[in-house]
Ligand binder design. Sequence first.
Ligand code: IVH
Length: 681
Amino acid sequence: MASEPKRGAVERRIADLRETIDQHNHCYYVLDSPEISDAEYDRLSRELIELEAAEPGLVTPDSPTQRIGAPPSDAFAPVEHRTRMMSLANADSQAELDAFFARVEKDLEETEIEYVCEPKMDGVAVAAIYEDGRYVRGATRGDGSVGEDITENIRTIRSLPLRLRIEAPGAVEVRGEAYIGIDEFKQINEERLDEGDTPFANPRNAAAGSLRQLDPKVAAARRLSTYLFALGQGGPAAFSTQWGALEWLKSAGLPVNPRSELVADSKQASAYCRRLRESRFGLPYQIDGVVIKVNRLDWQEALGATAKSPRWAIAYKFPPEEQTTTVIDIIAGVGRTGAVTPTAVMEPVVVAGVTVSRATLHNEDEVRRKDIRSGDKVVIRRAGDVIPEIVGPIVSERTGDEKEWSLPLECPECGARVVRPSGESVARCTNIACPKQIFERLVHFGSRGAMDIEGFGPAVAEHLLTSGRVRDVADIYSLSADDLEAIVPHFAKKENGKEPPKAAPKLARAIVASKKRPLEKVLFGLGIRHVGSGTAEILAAEFKEMDALAGADFERLQAIEEVGPKIAESIETFFQEQDNRRVIEKLRAAGVTMEAKAGPALAPTLAGPTWVFTGSLSGLSRAEAQSLVKERGGRAGSSVSAATDFVVAGSEAGGKLDKARKLGIKVLTEAEFVKMLDDKD
Ligand code: IVH
């Protein structure tokens, strides 16, 4: 136990850290505008974890360290809602929507009625209760009167503050929708497939499944989000409209959908519906309509409710995005882990604005379960921006000529045996030297989420492999621009060409630039089974260097909270493989990052100044350049002002460069900028 004065100092530091971390969580998750680098955030979190570990008596349930602290439970206790959580009446067409507006106008005897329009999030309804500003309980809607106590799972939602940002005495219940974003949904499904689990059919099922996890650790790994749109029992009487309620929620630091709008009348509400219907596929989450609410609370009260739903609100549902087409063939493809996956090739059809001609059928069991045959007429759906999916065959239209699919016994790419271990749903090609697996691993290494080598796609990878110059991912670092030009036919100089070729030197520069990617990207790029980008981040933060990870045994790996036996075994096996170790040594020799960088300390001279990038850079994207600065503690601005310290000008730099010169700001070329980073690292 620390001495009293020291304990007092620790207590103050803990309070300070909690406040700072809460503030940065708010900037990152609610305002979508981070103010510090990830590394700096990690440093603050680690300091808090260490201080709390030394002084367990000071840990409180609202500390940001406690999001995944709770042990798994056996079942969820029932929670009675003080006021019913109602559902909404639906309008499936403009005519039904018009009927709603007409009824509201008639009942209120008013024609000028303001409405609040909100995206109808396709997730799971939840309620969170705060007492004296502290999060104490979370529940599902259940049947509206009694829900399930999912306090610990809701606590894992990063955008939900554990302490409100304003004074709120007593109990305040806030209500909203918990959901899983489309990127997270895709990632979860990839991981499930990789582990032989059946993928979730849609983000809503993924959210529901995650919230009902008995182990909060599992829920935490699913990265749920939430938007709130109502207050339940209690709460301040500080507003008299729905819009006021949203403003109050925002001021309390709670996440409110920024696409919500206050409109002047029913015409504008209909226009909002049309706009959102058009733009909904660009959203990072799935919505299934628009919720329209009478703005004034006294009018809401006057309109009242039926047994099930309020009479002052309606859910306008978008028409389903389904189409029919014909399956031409079912083919088996091989992925980088050797997984043999059936894909339906279909007559091209436009679904939700995109032409679709292929849909994954995931695995053998899925094909059987849905009974999809080659030649079948099928219903296909593309819900949101989510991968197209075959809903099922139209059995009544079968002619008898349809062909059932069976898993090939041999790899369609290399002819090796295909094995499906008992109890698993994934079948795999057994040849680790299968050329298709090597190809997919190479493409994965260069992909956006991994080493992010611009211009390094499947076509280039294919040529590099057939040339024999590249046998593993490390070989790409031995290629010069001239090599690339010689190997990749479409990079070759034009015979008569005066026009200088650009693609090969550009790719060569991008390959060199990728050596500076952080350790987690390298780890993810290696394609270790079960190590997705999230796990790679955790491993990089934990081990700090490749060698430490490579030397970690099963026990050490499993000691990490987020690493289970499957992942631990896979990592251990990967590093035991001689060939894998050899590739890592080659990467190290080429100068690829093998150590995690420790935040701003890495280049203190970049901490402080503001950088602006202008014009087009050749070896880096602007976002990459900005994150290189931020990783080193610098600031990246978008416009030039007296507060700008450096401007990096690429080709065709325009107004910003002129302004920088006028203000006497130091201007660097891209090469000077890269050299400066290299010198300092
Ligand atoms: S208001 C009394 N607003 O849709 C009104 N609901 O069918 C309560 N939902 O259970 C709901 N987005 O889970 C409201 N912006 C939004 C919503 C929304 C999604 C869900 C909610 C509710 C269901 C109603």
